[in-house]
Design a protein around this ligand. Sequence first.
Ligand code: APR
Length: 405
Amino acid sequence: MMNSRSLLKHISTQAAIVGAGPAGLVLALLLQKEGIDCVVVERQSRAYVESRARAGLIEHQIVELLRKHGFSEGMDLNGVPHTTCEFRHGGRRYMIPYGDHVHASHFVYPQQFIVQDLLQLFISRGGIVFFSHPAVKIEGLESDRAVITCTSSENSVLKVECDFIAGCDGFQGLCRSSIPSTDTKIFSKQYGIGWLAILAEVPSSTKKLVYALHKSGFAGQMPRTSQITRYYLECPPNDQLSNWSDDRIWSELGKRLAVDGDENLIQGPIVEKRVLNMRSVVMEPMQYKRLFLAGDAAHIITPVGAKGMNLAISDADVLANALIHYFRSGDEVLLREYSHVCLPRVWKTQEFSDWMIRLIHSNADSDQNKDKDFSDRLRQVRLERLQQTDTYAKLFAESYVGLKQ
Ligand code: APR
């Protein structure tokens, strides 16, 4: 790695954050706000990080958190509150005014806009982000000071020495794999279901989030902005994109989203399509010595309940409190408790996601090829209960909108 020509840069800080996604940036801003010295190292360029379209549904408690800390200007200006979602089954609509049951709402505001806002805020307040500096080695987790080594495209090497490392580098990142497997337990679940994730430059045909439970498979319509819509189509896991021409996508969406008194599905340019496999993973504990994992680095969840980004930001909030408490008082109690505080919320959210998966897919889990009509009847009953039973609807609403879990 190091050769005679490599330029070595060495910096020292209190907290080194690996990854400039929602988890890393919210953590960086919360520490910066309290005068805790921190730097962020990010593998990708700023342009790449700011244009990566992924999630876009913000839970009630996260909306409140972003507002409390003054990170919500863009969301409040351009985001759209949502309090009703729609299920479709057997040609019927099931409107669920979940906001009325819990007096709370989601906000729809694309993740890339949140990342742009958080980056702008952090850097404009003097924050340091080393873009295009992938972390390649972590050392000293058992010692007094840990060290992250990063390389860069300019053939330079950056060494960041710190008291603590926050691993916010996602599921494929370096940090999670830096924890000895003897010190962790991995819980994982594969659902044997794929989703074709589509981004189209069209207004959505309805302002609501739509979950269509169709015999040919699930279809989802998620507005992102007034001109961009995220669609999902259930497909076999690891399906080939070559199987999905734009024409086939629009015809399948038209068929699966169809309901009585249909509204026109507006067709237009499809700007992104990729296949996601429905799986969930949780790592326990979410910390090892001087390394603390937040977000996808510690747990991934299917996109079904749109929980991934919200869990990532919740972790960042808990970790920030623990680090601020330590640097103020020298007391490590909240750092020691970090996993114990995060994991119950992570598992409750996984449970909700699992429930949603069974509701919207006829062949979730092991009951494939069993009596699909039987599970179809069960889904119909669940939708009717969601519409007709306040307690059932309230339970759904609390988890879906993300009230304090
Ligand atoms: N060095 C530096 N940066 C890295 C490295 C590395 N070795 N590996 C990955 N990264 C960066 C990625 O480029 C990415 O920008 O870490 C960042 C991780 O960000 P996210 O994947 O957005 O992870 P997180 O902040 O946990 O948010 C995850 O957001 O999109 C939703 O559904 C998604 O649940 C997910 C949530």
